[in-house]
Design a protein around this ligand. Structure first.
Ligand code: CA
Length: 243
């Protein structure tokens, strides 16, 4: 787990608290140092926005651009910043406004860490495959459909045809839930409860942001499945006609 935070008091408080919970915690006090640590694939990054050398959002975006697929939780100093942050798409998984209730913060970090542990192969947990091993394409049955969407929940991998998608932990969880109910509506409440946290009291904008990003990735890969919004209810994953 990595804390990117320039405020020494906050950083040390967080570090001690998370270490007491059994996490191995690294601390970086600038954006540059944070990015260097992120390249070592920690499962979860707690990221402050006001850093001395960089905007935390740029750290977030750059980490995603470099292919980091672990959990990123943004820590904002002011709650009015939260709308700006959630409204824009920087690839974060979760957001907390300071000062946050410790119990809520712990629960959300735990949820993020649990999911990220299944996504990130390296870092502070044993890797499933030796580093540097190229992921093998699935021995999928040859199909006429080069763009069929396939979600492998056990391996936490997603394929469009033979192309593997890079999804964040939240994007994967949302897609896996929709895929399990393919063709049927999954309510917003259920997505929030199962993918975020049953104790989530915050904005559901984060769901819309995640959904928007997921749609973009499916579209970009030319997937023959799409996420349809069912107004006022939720979302449905549909295979396109003829797919
Ligand atoms: Ca700061």
């Amino acid at each position: 787990m990595l804390i990117v935070e320039d405020d020494v008091d906050i950083a040390l408080t967080l570090k001690r608290m998370l270490e007491r919970q059994g996490y191995q915690v690294t601390w970086a006090d600038t954006g540059e140092k944070g990015l260097a640590e992120i390249r070592r694939s920690p499962h979860v990054v707690l990221l402050d926005l006001g850093l001395p050398d960089m905007d935390g959002l740029d750290v977030c975006r750059q980490a995603r651009d470099e292919g980091y697929d672990g959990g990123i939780m943004i820590l904002t100093a002011r709650s009015d910043e939260l709308d700006r942050v959630v409204g824009l798409d920087y690839g974060a998984d979760d957001y907390l406004a300071k000062p946050f209730p410790i119990a809520e913060m712990q629960a959300r970090v735990r949820a993020l860490a649990r999911r990220a542990a299944r996504t990130v192969g390296a870092g502070d947990a044993p890797a499933e495959a030796p580093a540097g091993t190229a992921p093998a394409a699935p021995a999928a049955a040859p199909t006429a459909d080069e763009h069929a969407l396939r979600v492998d929940v056990a391996a936490r991998r997603t394929w469009v045809g033979r192309q593997e998608l890079t999804l964040t932990t939240k994007e994967f969880d949302v897609l896996a839930l929709l895929d399990a109910e393919r063709g049927a509506v999954v309510t917003r409440e259920r997505l929030m409860a199962e993918v975020w946290d049953e104790n989530w009291f915050g904005s559901t904008k984060t769901l819309d942001v995640t959904m928007g990003r997921l749609r973009g990735k499916l579209e970009e890969a030319g997937a023959t499945a799409e996420v349809v919004t069912v107004r006022g209810v939720g979302f449905r994953l549909e295979s396109e006609p003829g797919a």
